[in-house]
Design a protein around this ligand. Structure first.
Ligand SMILES: Nc1nc2c(ncn2[C@@H]2O[C@H](COP(=O)(O)OP(=O)(O)O)[C@@H](O)[C@H]2O)c(=O)[nH]1
Ligand SMILES: [Mg+2]
Length: 589
């Protein structure tokens, strides 16, 4: 091993270096030239990144558990720890980020947005008790801090998150902060909807940019899958999908619920026990035993991000200082003009994008029409199945199928939506990075015949067999095939039935509701995407305008010559150079 590798692995050395880095950062704040030149938003960005580093240095190694709502994240954590530490089956009113750490004396605290802390009594951590408490507090909760005297937590903190990119968007920023400070992530998906496109999108846009060296993907709920073979097939499917997003992923099929009940004295089942054990072992060997190396890497990565951000900002200020006053005025005027033009541009964009969306909407209706037809044919073929099971499940099943098909329409169109809006925006001179569009965002509130489309109310779900979207229509075929197949196979062997006809009538009766749902989903998507583009554009112009105005104001107010400004920036350069040197020293150059 050479010297730099040795240093790399030494966490305390890196932490000491990071302290020094911090101190230099603090000088920048104290010296204040750069910050004085910058508008407030940019200053607080720099300050926030420095304080995130400070927090990271004070925190233990952190594992963040991510995934959409109701994938079994909280259950997984409880299963790992062997007791009910975090509340599971949370409702929208009780979702919180839960931070779980070690303490000799157990405790639970709500940390409010203001930073104020509210103690919870033992036993108040369940959903029913928590709901009125969270309401009474009178401010949104930032997170719940739970402390337990568990050996497992001695050197590790676990962060339990609510869903991402869904209707609970108010947590997104907080979750993003936890992800940025995370040392490792575990992404939980369900065997019943194995790494759907919106989950792949979340991985790509939220998790990947944070550069984790390894991604643990848990395929939960395998107790609901019929056979070990099917589990293998699903595991392969997830592995393929995860590999498209990142090469460093490992997939762990398991049942969190089974493990939790086993640890609380429930029965053993070889296959399920072994599956969880594999996960536990991998977590120990790949993460816990290497936590010093991993945390070192994460700290270095954060420092590099911070120094790059400061360098970029110093560059902007230098460029603006280099302009004559009339040039700055010209820039300012053109910014203001761009902002005033925004309304007209947005009207143009709305009109053109609206045409694109109308085309997609029509296409989606045609697909759904064909889908209803196929679903009808499948249901008609169920005539000889047991009435009781059909009565119990068919309605839910139908709803699930339709919901799934609707999601697939949006998933299939998403690339086209992004491409269309991207091209239009570009033509108007707006750079569009990654827009966050996912089906889960659009159809959160869709109801048909007053029935909530909650996938998880019924245990009967489509096992997604569509590997790639070769042609659009082929998306629906496997679903339709599964309808008959699964019902025949699992639930309905043997008995006679008289319920198919009324169901069919119902199915064709809701065709109109389905079309309305398509309208609503696509209209929502349209509004959301145009609003996103507008916000991006506004932020772009507003940021530039603020930079220009801030530099002008400061140079005037302090009667500072450009040469003087240049001198000050040299000081900033020197600090950046020292920060760079630290990053290089710890191996992150
Ligand atoms: N059958 C089955 N159900 C599970 C499993 N894990 C979690 N669940 C159930 O799924 C629901 C949501 O779980 P929860 O942990 O709250 O999900 P979260 O929203 O991702 O934190 C709860 O009713 C759990 O009991 C599992 O492995 N198998
Ligand atoms: Mg949860």
């Amino acid at each position: 091993m050479n010297t730099s590798d040795r240093q790399w692995a030494d966490l305390s050395y890196i932490e000491a270096q990071a302290e020094e880095f911090q101190a230099i950062g603090a000088q920048l704040t104290a010296n204040d030239f750069l910050l004085k030149m910058l508008p407030e938003a940019a200053c607080s960005e720099i300050a926030a990144s420095l304080s995130a580093l400070r927090e990271k240095l004070a925190e233990p190694f952190s594992i963040v558990v991510l995934g959409e709502f109701k994938r079994g994240k909280s259950t997984l954590i409880n299963a790992l720890l062997g007791e009910n530490v975090v509340p599971s089956a949370a409702t929208p009113e009780t979702i919180t980020i839960n931070r779980i750490a070690y303490a000799e004396k157990p405790s639970a605290t709500v940390v409010g947005e203001s930073g104020r802390r509210y103690r919870l009594d033992e036993g108040e951590l369940n959903r029913r008790k928590l709901e009125p408490i969270l309401e009474q507090i009178g401010e949104p909760a930032r997170f719940l801090e739970i402390r337990r005297p568990l050996a497992w937590l001695m050197d590790v903190m676990i962060v339990d998150t609510p869903g991402m990119g869904d209707i609970f968007a108010r947590y997104d920023e907080m979750v993003a902060n936890f992800i940025a400070r995370a040392d490792a992530v575990v992404y939980v998906t369900s065997a019943l909807a194995p790494l759907s496109l919106s989950e792949q999108h979340a991985l790509r846009s939220v998790i990947l940019p944070n550069g984790f060296s390894r991604l643990f993907v848990v395929m939960n709920m395998i107790d609901l899958i019929d056979s070990a073979e099917e589990v293998k097939g699903l595991e392969r499917l997830i592995a393929e999908r995860a590999a498209q997003v990142t090469p460093n992923s490992a997939v762990f099929p398991l049942s969190a619920l089974h493990e939790l009940s086993r640890r609380q004295g429930g029965g053993a089942e070889d296959f399920l026990d072994g599956a969880f054990e594999d996960f536990r072992t991998a977590l120990r060997e790949d993460v816990l035993l290497q936590r010093e190396v991993i945390k070192s890497e994460r700290i270095v990565r954060m420092m590099r991000g911070i120094v790059d951000g400061i360098r970029r900002k110093a560059g902007t200020v230098r460029e603006l200082l280099g302009k004559r006053d009339d040039e700055l005025e010209q820039m300012r005027v053109s910014c203001v003009e761009r902002r005033e033009n925004l309304l007209n541009r947005m009207l143009d964009i709305r009109e053109q994008f609206g045409r694109d969306m109308l085309r997609m909407k029509t296409e989606a209706k045609a697909w759904m029409d064909e889908f209803v037809e196929r679903l009808g044919a499948e249901i008609a073929s169920l005539e000889n199945h047991p009435a009781e099971d059909l009565r119990k499940h068919l309605q839910f099943y139908m709803m699930d199928m339709l919901r799934e098909a609707l999601e697939r329409c949006v998933e299939a169109h998403r690339p086209a939506m992004l491409e269309a809006i991207g091209a239009l925006a570009k033509k108007e001179g707006i750079e569009v990075p990654e827009l966050s569009v996912s089906a889960a965002q659009f159809n959160a509130n869709i109801r048909i015949q007053d029935q909530d489309w909650t996938k998880y109310d019924t245990g009967m779900l489509v096992v997604d067999q569509v590997a790639t979207q070769v042609s659009i229509l082929s998306i629906f075929r496997p679903i339709a095939n599964v309808v008959g197949g699964a019902l025949r196979r699992k639930e309905l062997a043997g008995k006679q039935v008289d319920i198919v006809k009324p169901m069919l009538e119902k199915l064709f009766g809701i065709r109109l509701d389905v079309f309305n749902a398509v309208d609503k989903i696509y209209d929502d998507a349209f509004e959301r995407i145009t609003a996103d583009v507008r916000a991006l554009y506004e932020a772009d112009v507003a940021g530039m305008l603020a930079d220009i105005e801030s530099v002008r104001e400061q140079t005037r107010a302090n009667a500072m010559s450009r040469a003087e400004g240049e001198e000050h920036l040299k000081h900033v350069d020197a600090l950046v150079k020292r920060m760079d040197a630290i990053v290089a020293r710890v191996g992150g150059a």
